[in-house]
Design a protein around this ligand. Structure first.
Ligand SMILES: [Zn+2]
Length: 429
């Protein structure tokens, strides 16, 4: 039986590719190599050119141009192979609910896990379609193996249909997106694309070109540790009390993730470790607008200064580090990649939507690094937990959209600059 979008997806989700934070290797976990090697050999078997799996765990492959037009931009499609460490991704048992009848889906391995369409309107819309879930103990891994399966199916389709006119296409599978290091080691000259898309969005029709801008703040509070029996005389300064005061002083209304939405940013303390002598609090600072992001950093610094003023014996330090930036800053300068994607969405009968993402994507980093990379829908929903699902027909729509998109680039994209291409070193096919 020939390989299909569904058979690819079911094969990929069964492989445990859970990533791990703070690991010195890329990929962070050995399971990712298993899938990456599988993708490498599948790309070769399809007849893709220049197939490589590099030392950091990036699979790259080329679908040669079928157009005779010169200067059609090289378009890359990217998806990440890892799944989040936040939930079990081992022994995933995907279940296909063919022509789903619309009734709540009780997952067989844990009956307390119920996918109820009353709770998830996007699920309710999938009635009559083929819904894919996990079995209750694991996530599904549609994030982002839906994207991986769509891109591999795109490669298969284009290689089997040379009559479809398109420019050069690059395919790229990446590790470790979920632990934020996703594209750090990707060689953009080797990728060689002028423009790229990640297939890592959920709702059908989504063309995301705005993400958060993100910084991290680390507040370190050095107290004075003494014997508690003697603390009054010896001048104990308890860093834990100061850490608690800092958190209490932080306004939560309209400034915490729990109380913000849409385009509102936030200050989010997400980790605290400490003792009398020393406490460390880590914060995420997020905003779509760069000035408002900087404002949030200054606000936190002022709170630290105020705390320092009431307790001069402590040493309080607030360090802010840049994480990623809203891709909209760069994409706004030339909206061609977004406009063509929206046109491709319409061509498959959907209405394009571009909600600003309350997070970042690999595309945020890539765009900042000079490769414009909006994010497109891949047909998975509610990721990072047992109640994740994917809809086969939405994944098929996404595949159709990609087929339209490469043709639109051939018809309308000539002359688009994007990231300039350097001469790539040739790699063995
Ligand atoms: Zn993802």
């Amino acid at each position: 039986m020939p390989d299909t979008l569904l058979s690819r997806f079911l094969r990929y989700v069964r492989i445990d590719t859970t990533s791990a934070a703070d690991m010195p290797t890329s990929p962070s976990t050995p399971g990712q190599w298993v899938l990456l090697r599988m993708l490498e050999s599948e790309a070769r078997a399809l007849g893709a050119a220049e197939v490589v799996l590099d030392e950091h765990g990036y699979v790259l492959a080329t679908i040669p141009a079928t157009t005779s037009k010169p200067d059609v931009p090289m378009v890359a499609f990217l998806a990440h192979v890892d799944t989040t460490p936040e939930f079990c991704g081992q022994n995933v048992m995907p279940i296909v609910h063919r022509k789903w009848n619309g009734r709540p889906i009780v997952l067989p391995d844990d009956h307390s896990q119920v996918l109820d369409p009353a709770r998830f309107p996007e699920l309710a819309r999938a009635k009559g379609q083929d819904v894919i879930t996990a079995s209750g103990r694991t996530l599904l891994g549609g994030d982002d193996k839906a994207g991986v399966a769509i891109i591999m199916s795109l490669a298969a389709h284009l290689l089997a249909h040379p009559e479809i006119k398109h420019g050069p296409i690059r395919v790229c599978f990446t590790p470790d997106e979920e632990v934020a290091s996703g594209v750090d080691l990707l060689d953009l000259d080797l990728l060689g694309a002028n423009v790229a898309y990640t297939l890592d969005g959920d709702n059908p029709g989504e063309v995301v070109w705005e993400t958060f801008s993100a910084d991290q703040a680390i507040v370190t509070i050095e107290g004075v540790s003494t014997h508690p029996g003697d603390a009054k005389k010896s001048g104990m300064v308890n860093a834990l009390h100061l850490a608690a005061r800092l958190l209490v002083a932080l306004p939560r209304e309209n400034l915490a993730p729990e109380s913000t939405d849409g385009r509102e940013g936030f200050i989010h303390p997400w980790r605290m470790d400490g003792s009398v002598e020393r406490a460390v609090i880590k914060f995420l600072l997020r905003d779509h607008d760069l000035a408002s992001l900087q404002d949030k950093g200054q606000r936190l610094q002022r709170l630290c200064q105020a705390l320092q003023a009431v307790e001069p014996r402590a040493r309080i330090h607030c360090e802010i580090a840049r994480q990623y930036r809203n891709m909209g800053y760069w994409l706004k300068k030339d909206m061609t990649p977004v406009n063509l994607a929206c046109e491709a969405v319409r061509a498959v009968g959907l209405e394009p939507a571009s909600p600003p993402t309350r997070g970042g994507t690999d595309g945020s980093r890539l765009t900042e690094m000079g490769l414009p990379t909006p994010n497109l829908f891949a047909g998975y929903h509610n990721p990072h937990g047992p109640l994740e699902w994917a809809v086969l027909q939405e994944m098929q729509r996404s595949l159709q959209m990609c087929i339209e998109l490469v043709q639109l680039w051939e018809q309308k994209g000539v002359g688009y600059k994007g990231r300039p291409r350097k001469k790539r070193r040739r790699t063995a096919a």
